[in-house]
Each structure stands twice: as structure tokens, then as C-alpha cells.
Design a protein around this ligand. Structure first.
Ligand code: ACO
Length: 326
């Protein structure tokens, strides 16, 4: 994004081969039991419910659990909705920035606990990671995989300084999972754009054993620009406009970022899937959490176009335009 955001990005539309056919058959979420409200922060930090709600849109969030534990819980729910047994899964992609261990990948524990077979690996593209994982899994259907679990799970409370009001009120824990099945009959990913500008690494990072450091204002500014440009590149490559989008599923970092992006894309507020009011920013989990809650609320119909877009540390960004249904 230093020169022109998107310079290092690929566009999944014009000029690129189509992704293999796929369908989303299951979805599920997991949030830890402990709920922390803005009032809880107000009681011990120099902040207020009004400031947090107005500046971010967050009212409460969940803390606790492990990344693998939350991933397993969300995956079990997704498998149940899909009517698929864990042993039928031949590909597991887990997007996370907060692995349980340095080695092995957290997907190992999830794979073992669920009883999946086949390949499994972690992917880290920060808060854009779930869209990276989804595009990766669908692409791997070309290589012969047929049933995938794509999970976004993070426990950001473990790497957040709870004494720092500028980050403590934002980040939280959770997981979301989708079951994807290969099929020649449905084009799921109509277009995608995955990108990164590594020169922006210093605005949001976390060293080993330390807490996240963030230049909030700069992240905000870059996030709006990256998300708008990435989404516009996918809309343009697929010959669609904001009017065609039934549901916008953005990364849930800040309601003001979501509203600014939606407005620039010509999407009215009613078409955004919002969960951050009760989840906070759960990084990789935020997009599947928002999509799953929308699906549970029956906000999606066969044929609907769903625009997912995320941004995160790196700085990464990722957009996918999906056609819901079979
Ligand atoms: N309560 C009260 N005041 C606060 C708080 C708080 N919790 N946090 C910061 N402030 C203060 C600041 O200290 C500052 O005070 P000052 O003017 O006396 O210096 C004032 O509020 C304004 O601070 P700003 O940073 O200008 O506030 P802003 O309106 O930009 O909101 C926020 C801050 C919410 C962090 C916003 O910039 C933001 O959301 N940025 C994007 C963050 C983000 O998306 N991060 C996730 C990236 S995804 C990933 O990879 C994890």
C-alpha cells in the first residue's frame, strides 16, 4: 500500500483461472464462557463504556480457552450442520495468529481431537487469515482434496496488555469454522484478492513473549483504504457492484472502519454482518463468526452474493466474493 495498495496483490477475477467448484455445507462458532463488558474495563482502567462503544462499536467480548479448544468446538458445530463426520475431512486449514505452541502447528491438536484424516496446517495472515485460508482450501480441491474444514481461531487476550487501555478493550477470543465440499456444480469463489504490504509491519506487531503494539490511528487509516481497494478490485474483476451484494462480511475490528468501507462500496448498513458488539476483535475468527451468525439468522439465501473482506497485521488484506448455496 505504500505506492498503490494492491501492487503486490493478486486479483482473482479477470485473467486468472477460476477456482474449482465448492460449496459451504456447514458453519459453527465458539466463544469462551467469560464475558467481559465495557463496564468491567471502566472499573479498572481510565476508560468508559461510552468511549469504547462510540469509538469502536464494542460492548462486550469473551476471554478464555485455548486456540485449539475453541477451534475444535467451532469445528464440531460446523461438522454437525454439514452432516459430515470428522473422518471424512481430508483437509484442515487453521488460520491463527495465536497458536497454542510454537511447534507443532495448532492444527495438529485440532486434527487429533476431532479425528480427521488427511492434511492439516496452520496459516498466519493475521486478521485477513480466514479469507486466505478459504481461498487456499478451495484452490486445493484442484489437487484432489474433497472435504475441507476451514477454521479461524484466536486467543488474542493472551497477547494483549490488559493494563493498556488503547488495546485491552479491542481484542478478544473466539473461533469460527466452515465445512467446504468439492463439487463441479457450484462456483463458490467468484473472485478473490489476497495481498500484503510488509513495509507496514511496524504499525501492528507482537514480538515473542510480549504484547501487541499498535499505532491505532494509522492502522485505522490503512485498513479503510486497503479494504476498499481490495473489495473494489474484486467487484470490478467480477463485473459486480455494491448493489449486487446481499451480505458484506467484514473483519470485525471497529464499527467505524466497517461503516466507512461499506459507505465507500455503496452498501447500506443493513447489509453488513456485525458481531463485534458482542465479540470484540477476534482476528482470524471474526469473519467466520459473522458469517455463521448470519447463516444461523437465515440472512442468506441460495444464489446470494457474499463479500468477505479482512485486513490485519503485516499489513495483510484479503477479499473473496462468494456465491452462497449449492
Ligand atoms: N478509553 C479512553 N480513551 C482512550 C482509549 C480508551 N480505551 N484508548 C485510547 N484513548 C485515548 C487516547 O489516549 C487519545 O487520548 P489523547 O487525545 O489524550 O492522546 C484519545 O483517546 C484519542 O485516541 P485515538 O487513537 O486518536 O482514538 P481513535 O479515535 O483513533 O480510536 C482506536 C482508537 C479505537 C484504536 C482506533 O484508532 C482503531 O480502531 N484503530 C484500528 C485498530 C485495529 O483495527 N486494529 C486491529 C487490526 S487487525 C489485527 O491484525 C489484529
Amino acid at each position: 500500500m505504500t505506492a498503490k495498495q494492491g501492487a503486490g496483490a493478486c486479483s482473482g477475477g479477470a485473467g486468472r483461472p477460476r477456482l474449482p467448484g465448492a460449496t459451504i455445507t456447514g458453519w459453527g462458532t465458539a466463544l469462551p464462557d467469560t464475558v467481559v463488558t465495557n463496564a468491567d474495563f471502566e472499573a479498572r482502567l481510565d476508560t468508559s463504556d461510552a468511549w469504547i462503544a462510540e469509538r469502536t462499536g464494542i460492548r462486550e467480548r469473551h476471554f478464555g480457552g485455548t486456540t485449539s479448544g475453541l477451534a475444535v468446538e467451532a469445528a464440531r458445530r460446523a461438522l454437525k450442520v454439514a452432516g459430515v463426520e470428522a473422518e471424512e475431512i481430508d483437509l484442515l486449514v487453521l488460520s491463527t495468529t495465536t497458536p497454542d505452541k510454537t511447534v507443532p502447528a495448532t492444527s495438529s491438536a485440532v486434527h487429533a481431537e476431532l479425528g480427521c484424516r488427511g492434511a492439516a496446517f496452520d496459516l498466519n495472515a493475521a486478521c485477513a487469515g480466514f479469507v486466505y485460508a478459504l481461498v487456499t482450501a478451495v484452490s486445493m480441491f484442484q489437487a484432489g482434496f474433497s472435504k475441507a474444514l476451514v477454521i479461524g481461531a484466536d486467543t488474542l487476550s493472551r497477547i494483549t496488555d490488559m493494563e493498556d487501555r488503547s488495546t485491552a478493550v479491542l481484542f478478544a477470543d473466539g473461533a469460527g469454522a466452515l465445512v467446504l465440499e468439492s463439487t463441479p456444480d457450484h462456483e463458490l469463489v467468484l473472485g478473490h484478492d489476497l495481498g500484503l504490504d510488509g513495509s507496514l509491519l511496524p504499525i501492528l506487531y507482537c514480538d515473542h513473549g510480549e504484547y501487541m503494539k499498535m499505532e491505532g490511528k494509522e492502522v485505522f487509516r490503512r485498513a479503510v483504504r486497503a479494504t476498499v481497494e481490495s473489495a473494489e478490485s474484486v467487484l470490478s474483476a467480477t463485473g459486480t457492484t455494491g448493489d449486487d451484494i446481499a451480505l458484506f462480511v467484514p473483519h470485525q475490528a471497529n464499527k467505524r472502519i466497517i461503516d466507512a468501507v461499506a459507505q465507500r462500496l455503496g452498501l447500506d448498513e443493513s447489509r453488513s454482518a456485525i458481531v463485534l458488539d458482542h465479540t470484540g476483535n477476534t482476528s482470524s475468527a471474526s469473519i467466520p463468526l459473522a458469517l455463521s451468525e448470519a447463516a444461523d439468522a437465515e440472512r442468506l439465501n441460495d444464489g446470494d452474493l457474499v463479500l468477505m473482506s479482512g485486513f490485519g497485521a503485516g499489513m495483510t488484506w484479503a477479499t473473496a466474493l462468494l456465491r452462497w448455496g449449492r
